[in-house]
Design a binder for this molecule. Structure first.
Ligand code: WQD
Length: 334
């Protein structure tokens, strides 16, 4: 059985569905702080399979010990964590507590119950801002500025350090760029729409929940002045997890892979793709830059191509179409 921490959230729930599709038994632990029990019902509905669920917090090691002692767990997919850069500036301690202490608890509990395989949900933000593009996994990283990114890099380093005490351990660290898009059922993870990320903002605008679409900065040193990111479809991202899992089952050690598309698109370029497909003009408002935002970044994905035989299938046009299909489902349910 695979333990999926944070399995009710955006990435965790999509991963849970794919694991079940691949005939893996899973146990989800989630504190439902940024999701709700409906995720479990929907995961079951989509997969037509049973899912074990524990409502609990990974900062409580007793809860984790119970998970491992009462279930035959062979591997962990670790998604549980806080994920907002702006919130992490306001409440850094909770970021270190959940993201770092949670990871330490998990390692301790895995050690106690002799579980030796973990896939860790990391972030492109660990690269900070000092490196030439595209970013490669083997860069020696300085501590990034924002507390969220620090908590992810610290967790990576703790996992690597633990490895030297346990020769049987295997770690797959996945550095996500900007995951977007939705499961075709439209049933996974509504909470993402409440966030202020670009795609949720676009959907909120289309649903008329907001009157105009904010563009945070149009004077960056980029191709058109707006921020440039590497967007990767959620299903491609999850495929990377399954491949990383297979790889780490066969190879002992710590392995790091970027999961992105390898291409950068600006905010204006993304908006234009939506406008073209919808044949409409968006009401845009240029607002000041957000704290902590970088001008541009994208991934070098050749390591994941080579070692995992992982190639994202959906290009930016497919991603935008997928998002519009999700929007249609939401519009009908509105
Ligand atoms: C993308 C671009 C914005 C909203 C992501 C994750 C975050 C973290 C790091 C994972 C930027 C601009 C946005 C809007 C806009 N997680 N924008 N108008 O900041 O790259 O963060 O990666 O490790 O959790 O979300 O993503 O989608 O917020 O922003 O102009 O309404 O869109 O300024 O240039 P970001 P994003």
């Amino acid at each position: 059985m695979i333990l999926v921490t944070g399995g009710c959230g955006y990435i965790g729930s999509h991963c849970a569905v794919e694991l079940l599709k691949n005939n893996k038994d899973i146990l989800i632990i989630d504190d439902l702080s940024n999701s709700d029990y409906q995720s479990i019902r929907n995961i079951k509905l989509i997969s037509n399979k049973n899912v074990e669920f524990i409502h609990g917090d990974i900062t409580d090691i007793d809860v984790l010990n119970d998970c491992f002692s009462q279930n035959n767990i062979e591997s962990v997919f670790h998604f549980a964590g806080k994920k907002s850069i702006s919130e992490s500036y306001k409440d850094p301690l909770s970021y270190f507590s959940t993201n770092v202490k949670g990871t330490i608890n998990l390692i301790e509990s895995m050690q106690k119950y002799d579980v030796n395989n973990i896939i860790f949900s990391s972030s492109a933000t660990v690269y900070g801002s000092d490196y030439p593009l595209p970013w490669k996994e083997d860069l020696i990283l300085n501590m990034p500025h924002n507390p969220y990114a620090k908590s992810k890099l610290m967790s990576e380093n703790i996992l690597k350090s633990y490895l030297s005490t346990n020769q049987n351990f295997s770690i797959g660290i996945l550095r996500y760029f900007n995951p977007i898009g939705f499961h075709s059922s439209g049933l996974l993870e509504d909470k993402v729409l409440g966030s202020s990320n670009l795609v949720p903002s676009i959907i909120s605008y289309l649903l008329k929940n907001i009157q105009f679409l904010p563009v945070y900065g149009d004077n960056y040193d980029t191709k058109d002045g707006s921020g440039v990111r590497d967007y990767i479809h959620i299903i491609d991202l999850i495929e990377g997890h399954l491949k990383a899992y297979e790889y780490t089952k066969k190879n002992k050690g710590c392995f790091v892979w970027n999961l992105g598309s390898g291409e950068g698109f600006s905010v204006f370029e993304i908006i234009k793709k939506f406008e073209e497909l919808l044949d409409m003009k968006f009401d845009l408002r240029v607002l000041p830059r957000r704290e902590g935002d970088l001008a541009e970044y994208w991934a070098d994905i050749s390591k994941a191509n080579r070692e995992l035989n992982w190639y994202p299938e959906k290009d930016i046009n497919n991603m935008v179409k997928n998002i519009l299909a999700f929007f249609e489902i939401k519009k009908e349910n509105n």
